[in-house]
Design a protein around this ligand. Structure first.
Ligand code: ATP
Ligand code: MG
Ligand code: MG
Ligand code: MG
Length: 473
């Protein structure tokens, strides 16, 4: 089954069960400055869950574009190194707004996974929140998952809250056992292990409490359901490949890197990591720009810039020394156009933005990397075990090197990174530039005043109000 078919089957299944098919919302959350990017399917329904908005449907299904880079959920550094994490991915989700609750949600999930997608029941595990006996019994008694494949997990994995206050509740996750060959082999390896054996595919959130300012939880009169399943993870399982990157949603982008670099995928770890990073970040860049984010030095634009620069840096590892990312995004368009036809129109613009960023960054990357590698050799020779904050700052300040590039470069050397020192240099620079800006602005403003021959009027002002007055001009 192709990625497009898997997505469609999900939407069709829930549509058949009276869910409204709702389009993915933008990666830039509307009216929500607290959130960097849309990072889950429920984001566009937040106000409905809070009871602040009503719609003419109480069941919905989506395939939501998500980005988890920067902000609270940040998977950027995982990308390339785990089989299952992306910065950009699609989350398949069904939602009930005060309509059905746990029983139906569990039933739908099980029916779709086993009958709809044909996953082998005996390889599926369910996790529930510590004391959620109701969910435990649903999976164990009603569905029939044996106790050996049920686990109870704590707050960190299996309790969800929208924020410090608001709707919240226990979760229940479906994991698939990919077999011992994928495991770390440790005797305590289990569903909550970081290795690739037990893959979390679907998270069901049971919104049943309201948490107030003092942390008290009271039951919601009409509990709701919010679920999320990673399309790429499900595709990896159904297409029987080892990682998300080998599914038809990403493999063609890797093939494009193979072609550009004349290096094969699947033989050498460093090459594979680079190709996975490029594939993932090409998708993130294409979709973020499509939703109106542009590379810049702050906020969302800075995260986009970091993503692109990370891809460019990894490109170096496979010999891509000329702009390439604007070419791999073309493959993203080819794969994703059927589901996101709007990409066709945006394609030339996206390509140009990416190319422009590549050209800017490549000019300085060479020099910066050389400096970093030389310094690394020096530091090692001196027996140092940490990259000093001053060097990281210099790389950032002079060459526009995001810190995570430094972290990626030193990742395999066993050396630490002095982030505290870097931060204090950054702080000092912020103070310097604040002083400089007001001085320059003042100078310019005085010149402007002189040009207008404004003189005597100001003599009576004290320095402070004079300054603020001038700065207003
Ligand atoms: P993990 O523990 O693997 O990091 P998670 O518990 O953080 O996943 P949830 O917040 O529960 O993930 O999101 C719901 C589903 O979305 C997950 O079960 C998974 O299928 C998918 N998902 C989450 N993060 C990513 C990601 N970075 N890349 C791809 N799919 C993801
Ligand atoms: Mg996670
Ligand atoms: Mg998890
Ligand atoms: Mg989860």
């Amino acid at each position: 089954m192709t990625g497009n078919e898997i997505r469609k089957r999900f939407l069709d299944y829930f549509e058949k069960h009276h869910h409204r098919v709702v389009r993915s919302s933008s990666l830039v959350p509307r009216d929500d400055p607290t959130l960097l990017f849309t990072n889950a399917g429920m984001v566009q329904f937040k106000r409905i869950f809070m009871g602040e908005e009503k719609r003419d449907y109480n069941r919905a299904v989506t395939s939501q574009k998500c980005v988890r880079a920067g902000g609270k959920h940040n998977d950027l550094e995982n990308v390339g190194y785990t089989a299952r994490h992306h910065t950009f991915f699609e989350m398949l989700g069904n939602f009930s707004f005060g309509d059905y609750f746990k029983e139906k949600a569990v039933e739908f999930a099980w029916d779709l996974l086993t009958n709809g997608y044909g996953l082998p029941a005996e390889r599926l595990w369910a996790s529930v929140y510590t004391d959620d006996d109701e969910a435990y019994d649903l999976w164990h008694k009603a569905i029939g998952i044996p106790a050996e494949r049920m686990v109870r997990l704590g707050k960190e994995d299996n309790f969800w809250a929208m924020g410090d206050t608001g709707p919240c509740g226990p979760c229940s996750e479906v994991h698939i056992d990919r077999g011992e060959a994928y495991g770390c082999g440790r005797p305590d390896c289990g569903v909550d292990c970081e290795c690739d054996r037990f893959l979390e595919i679907w998270n069901l959130v049971f919104m049943q409490y309201y948490q107030d300012e003092s942390g008290n939880m009271t039951p919601l009169p009409k509990p709701s359901i919010d679920t999320g399943m990673g399309l790429e993870r499900l595709a990896a399982v159904l297409q029987q490949v080892d990682t998300n990157f080998e599914t038809d949603l990403l493999r063609p982008i890797i093939a494009h890197s193979e072609q550009l670099s004349a290096k094969p995928f699947g033989r050498e770890k460093a090459v594979d990591v680079a190709m996975k990073v490029i594939a993932d970040h090409s998708r993130a860049a294409a979709f973020l720009i499509n939703d109106g984010v542009l590379p810049s030095n702050e906020g969302r634009g800075y995260v986009l810039r970091r993503i692109m620069r990370r891809a460019i840096r990894y490109g170096r590892n496979i010999g891509l020394e000329r702009p390439f990312l604007h070419r791999t995004v073309e493959t993203v368009f080819d794969i994703m156009r059927p589901a996101y036809p709007e990409l066709s129109e945006a394609a030339p613009f996206i390509r140009n933005v990416v190319l422009n960023e590549e050209q800017r960054f490549m000019e300085t990357l060479d020099t910066g990397l050389r400096l970093l590698n030389d310094s690394l050799a020096d530091l090692k020779a001196k027996g140092a075990n940490e990259i000093p904050g001053e060097l990281i700052f210099k790389l950032y300040d002079t060459f526009g090197f995001p810190v995570d590039i430094v972290q990626d470069v030193v990742r395999d050397t066993g050396m630490g990174v002095d982030l505290k020192g870097f931060e204090s240099h950054m702080q000092a620079q912020r103070e310097r530039s604040r002083a400089k800006v007001s001085f320059d602005t003042l100078g310019e403003a005085y010149k402007a005043l002189a040009a207008q021959a404004v003189k005597a009027e100001f003599t009576g002002y004290n320095t402070l109000s004079m300054q603020s007055h001038v700065l207003l001009l």
